[in-house]
Design a protein around this ligand. Sequence first.
Ligand code: HEC
Length: 70
Amino acid sequence: MVPGTDKGDTTLSAAVFDKQDEFKDSAQAFEAGSAKLVSVSQSGDLNAIKAQFGEVAKSCKSCHDMFRTK
Ligand code: HEC
């Protein structure tokens, strides 16, 4: 993260700078979830895809709750 990028027209929370480790963990959980979604999609099993999509959406929300200001 670049210092100062929490100023101006952004909804990026300053918490990203205070809690960089949590932010990285959150990003990694999201990456892992997305990678899994890709492999589950290839199975063509709609219920499994829906379930995994829900997991990825949860990681969107948990990161936004912590690190987005609006
Ligand atoms: C690792 C943390 C993280 C994850 C995971 C994440 N986001 Fe975000 N997202 C952010 C942050 C931080 C911002 C604010 C960035 C800014 O304004 O500079 C943001 C902004 C956004 C915005 C712009 C909205 C606004 O208020 O300006 C959208 C749309 C969005 N995210 C969608 C998603 C979706 C959909 C997912 C999951 C598929 C996702 N994000 C996953 C951290 C994350």
